[in-house]
Design a protein around this ligand. Structure first.
Ligand code: KIV
Ligand code: ZN
Length: 385
């Protein structure tokens, strides 16, 4: 039997807190609607205590979005939790996300506290959140650098206090995949009551390992992944939604599934990129403009013969029209014939040889030969034919 992995999208919270990414209410609602259409299970809509504007945005999203759970972030502080609860008043499925730092670093240098007092605050926060909503997610901030034995104590205590979801964030993107996997395994084996809650991965990408850590987390018992479109988020960003969803679909379909409609991944990625003014790097997995573009002669020849020679994902599955053969000075005859045919020139072998010499001269002067350049060149070469 395949297991459902819940997709918790935090584009509008962890993603939106990035400098320059701030959205107005209309843009936030547009992104929230597209996330609902995409099929995510949870939308983290904001951090309502942080500003009146954020409170209003969460409230507006709760009124308009009905399918996914709407989640609001808070610290383990009563006023935060109360404000989060108020912002969620109109949600069909409200969730409060509360928590506190649990690493030795955070306990000493952020809270000037002790491990025992942190557990007391964590329990109190969960109980207080529970007085407002049934669904309470607890985050152990900096769990990635938290001692596993202490982390297990915190997690057991908050489950007893009523937490329904336990978030194990690698807040600083510190863990190596085997370390993050072992952490989840340790919790699964050492925490009473862990099987009745959802365990969530919230990984940051400081070492480029957020996606790998989330997937190894799944292999060890994670059933919710927190992620953002295009991997945006604090510093080097969060786990990228499109990557984890496609990894589960392409490589683990016999064991896991998500409710995401993958055909909407590219359109929603573009919407997020445009509204947040955050360009997507060209070589970004799944949603970069080059993700399905082939430019070297060897690859182009292979892809023209059979797409699967060089592609493991059907572009249509992620909302891309088709693979693209880019003409550059590294392209070969097969690519030239293919692109020429696309614009109406069916070239015989000897014509292709002639055209190719002209093409290579042209390509050496340009980064890329576009359809218009190609058309002009072929017209000139074959004008007398
Ligand atoms: O990175 C983190 O630890 C967070 C928490 C607030 C969940 O974003
Ligand atoms: Zn985060």
């Amino acid at each position: 039997m395949t297991k459902k992995i819940h997709i918790f999208d935090t584009t509008l919270r962890d993603g939106e807190q990035v400098p320059g990414c701030k959205l107005n209410h209309t843009e936030k609602l547009k992104v929230a609607k597209s996330l609902e259409a995409l099929g995510v299970d949870v939308i983290e809509a904001g951090f309502p205590i942080s500003s009146p504007g954020d409170f209003q945005a969460v409230d507006m999203i709760c009124r308009e979005i009905k399918e996914p759970t709407i989640c609001a972030l808070s610290r383990a502080v009563e006023q935060d939790i109360k404000t989060a609860a108020q912002s969620l008043a109109h949600a069909k499925r409200p969730r409060i996300h509360t928590g506190i730092g649990t690493s030795a670093q955070h306990i000493k240098y952020k809270f000037n506290s002790t491990p025992e007092k942190i557990i007391e605050r964590a329990i109190a926060a969960v109980k207080y959140a529970k007085s407002y909503v049934e669904d309470v997610e607890f985050y152990a901030e900096d769990a990635g650098r938290t001692d596993n034995v202490y982390l297990a104590k915190v997690v057991e205590a908050v489950i007893k206090a009523g937490a329904t979801v336990i978030n194990i964030p690698d807040t600083t993107g510190y863990c190596l995949p085997h370390e993050y996997g072992q952490k989840i395994k340790f919790l699964k084996e050492n925490v009473a009551g862990i099987d009745k809650v959802i365990i969530s991965a919230h990984c940051h990408n400081d070492l480029g390992l957020a996606t790998a850590n989330s997937i190894i987390g799944v292999e060890n018992g994670i059933t919710q992944i927190e992620c953002t479109l295009n991997g945006i988020g604090e510093r080097a960003g969060n786990t990228s939604l499109e990557e984890v969803v496609m990894i589960l679909k392409q490589r683990f379909a016999d064991r896991y599934y998500t409710s995401v409609n993958t055909r909407l991944l590219n359109p929603v990625s573009q919407l997020v990129s445009e509204s947040m003014c955050m360009p997507v790097q060209a070589n970004k997995a799944i949603v970069g403009v080059n993700a399905f573009a082939h430019s070297s002669g060897i690859h182009q020849d292979g892809v023209i013969k059979s797409r699967e020679n060089y592609e493991i994902i059907d572009p249509a599955d992620v909302g891309v029209d088709k693979s693209c053969i880019v003409l550059t000075a590294r392209s070969g005859r097969a690519a030239l014939a293919y692109r020429a045919k696309e614009i109406g020139f069916e070239l015989a072998k000897d014509e292709l040889d002639v055209a190719y010499q002209h093409f290579i001269d042209l390509a050496d002067t340009k980064k890329e030969v576009g359809s218009e350049d190609l058309q002009i060149m072929l017209n000139e070469v074959f004008q007398n034919v």
